[in-house]
Design a binder for this molecule. Structure first.
Ligand SMILES: [Fe+2]
Length: 114
């Protein structure tokens, strides 16, 4: 089972920028708040939302364009055994990935790239 520590290690492997690391941590906290806002009470589920926030831009520093950002990231996540639900939630933050945010997964509250 993947943990927050795994997500943080992956983020640090792919992202050297302090600003991008702080962005990831900020979005992680926002996702935890969104989870509670949407009525999630299970701590494991709130943790999952947080990890999605932590990972959402992990590939951005190396892949900053619409042609690469998340296309590469989702491939890396799949290769490393992350759950598909979390991979799709990460990918869904960019409209250009054309992954529906609603209603099948509650893990997808954020449109960040339009
Ligand atoms: Fe992004």
């Amino acid at each position: 089972m993947k943990t927050r520590a795994d997500a943080l290690a992956l983020l640090h492997e792919f992202t050297q920028s302090d600003a991008l690391r702080k962005h990831a941590l900020g979005v992680e906290e926002a996702m935890r708040a969104y989870a509670r806002w949407f009525g999630v009470t299970d701590p494991a589920e709130i943790e999952k939302w947080g990890i999605v926030g932590l990972l959402h831009d992990f590939d951005y520093e190396r892949n900053p364009t619409e042609e690469t950002h998340l296309h590469v990231g989702t491939k890396v996540l799949r290769e490393r055994g992350w759950p598909e639900e979390m991979i799709e939630a990460v990918a869904s933050h960019a409209d250009y990935m054309k992954i529906s945010r609603f209603p099948q997964h509650s893990l997808r509250p954020m449109p960040l790239h339009r």
